[in-house]
Design a binder for this molecule. Sequence first.
Ligand code: MN
Length: 724
Amino acid sequence: MMRQYELVERVTKYDPDANEDLLNRAYVYAMKAHGNQKRASGEAYFNHPLEVAAILTEMKLDDATIAAALLHDTVEDTEATSAEIEEKFGKEIAALVDGLTKIAKLDLVTKEATQAENLRKLLLAMSKDVRVLLVKLADRLHNMRTLHHVKPEKRARIAQETMEIYAPLAGRMGMQTVRDELEDIAFRVLNPEANRIITERLEKLHAESGDILREIEQALVAKLGENGIQAEVCGREKRPFSIWRKMERKLLSLGQLSDIFGFRVIVGTVDQCYRSLGIVHRTWRAVPGRFKDYISTPKQNDYRSLHTTVIGPHHMRVEMQIRTRLMHEIAERGVAAHALYKDAPDAKEGLDGFRQPAAESNAYRWLRHLVEMLQEGESPKEFLEHTKLELFHDQVFCFTPKGQLIALPRGATPIDFAYAVHTSVGDSCVGCKINGRHAPLVTELQNGDEVEIIRSEAQVPPAAWEGLAVTGKARAAIRRATRVAVRRQFSGLGREIVEKLLAKHERKFLDKEVAAALPRLGHKNLEDSLVAVGRGELSGHDVLRAMGIAVEEGKAREPRRKISAKKGDAADELSIPVRGVSRSAALRIAPETGAVPGERIVGIITPGEGITIYPIFARALEQFDNQPERWVDLAWDSQAAEKMFPARIAVTIMNEIGSLAQVTQVIGDLGGNIDALQMVAREGARDFFDLDITVEVRDLKHLNDIMMGLRTKNAVSSVQRKTG
Ligand code: MN
């Protein structure tokens, strides 16, 4: 256990003015308060707050934060009270401990509604003073380091919470080192199999390539030195979790993933960064499309660096990050690098009650923005959607034609872009040009895209856009703008359907006559029932029957039966758990792609037939681009039944004995059902087979697990989702 004087020395080393008396008193108070308490490992409980304090000294935090770290579990776990802390240590430290006590009991891996509420409480507790977050992250880091002492059931829950909430939060705050370690430990707990496979592969590669890291390091230092640049170069192998994430995101197999070596080049000035980049590019061939300039356009968490990938010695792809010492500090420590409050002349209570760091960082501004949203009183569920998205997606940077920078989460579309510029731009958006060329509004924006929004005042955004937007702002605005307009479109479509059916019986559509049948249809007014017909929730024939018109049996056949006749019984089709349509709507899942819970979906209405569910990446959707009235906004019901859903995937395997067996084995082992499997003939090349597989899975995560499992097999060269 660290001694009292050792802790104090650590702090005074980087902050000679630190209040030693405060640190000593907090140490003694916490040690006494925890008394004989033990941790799961059997060691003295006090060791935990002490380790947390030690982690924070590595981030060079002020004395108040270190004291709060020592005291962070006293109110929660001992006889100590908040009032006593305030009396002994003052308001500032009491407020920090209070924030930490409040979040100690939150369970962030729970039902969606509770999770949203808890996340909101967490962020509120932290946002009053960003140091609460720093202590909390250090607390979580130490708990993760000692996680192996905890019971297995509890272990998985803590790891999941870390992966979903705390690691992304650390990342969002720019604290890369903390984030990496949290993710690594959580990954080992949550996905031991993937961790093992990747680690083994790394070891093998290591054995084959020898000390390539040193070799490249030396070559880099020498090359830069020849050009008068003194650089510190540090090579490292990527971590198993970041490799795994890359495999998932880029749909690569392990064999295709070659750039697993990364180098950091730290130089003196910004000018040297760019010069070093030039030297690197003249020495080795640059991989096209991999250069990123985060110096001129920093990430939202303040991260700045130049990134590039080159083909290095031994034809290895090598990733490089070039930065100055200060950029490096901020990249590693993020908000903590800004968070020294003590004696900063401008450390003050902000107008809105926030305590602001001396220099407000972008990351901190983000946290503050989040809290402003909370105060605007969004529903917890909407809030969770928003926050999770903002936490989990990296971002892309795009520009308006006038050069204004718009930062958006990865996966954002021109619709998000339009709403990010202004709500009125989003509401009147009818099309777009990306880099000067017309492009569909479903296009995923890429870094550096220049986006021009084409507007029409007559436009009303179709409801389905909500499914195409990824930012909370766009989704909320679309929801507002479309509610009324969409109803109007559906009622128009419903009227058309009923009119056509009436015409077959040589009758005219008269509002009065149709209205008279309303009680029998269970609707209050004409508009409601026409909307229901338009949405496919009520059949036109039902309306005719309610009007007393004899409808022939053959023609009266309910649309949903026609569809469900394809497979299973009607009840089966009706139980697709989606929100956005009535329970009685006739639903089917697009056979070209399949669709599984967890992915974003939209519905396309075919009047008289029902609604087909497509994942938003389905190519088939393009043909409906100019028929907005047929799009229905759908979302998977989070209460999804214990059911399996189809997804179609394309798998390329080597033409070898046992290849196919490997594929079916992986799918079976991971609990998927193969619903259909087809060998697709391949022109020319004889050494590979393409498979077209419809696999039934529980949800997107299950599907991803299966696709990942397939990618780890030697016989499998690629696995991709079919887009139709
Ligand atoms: Mn703790």
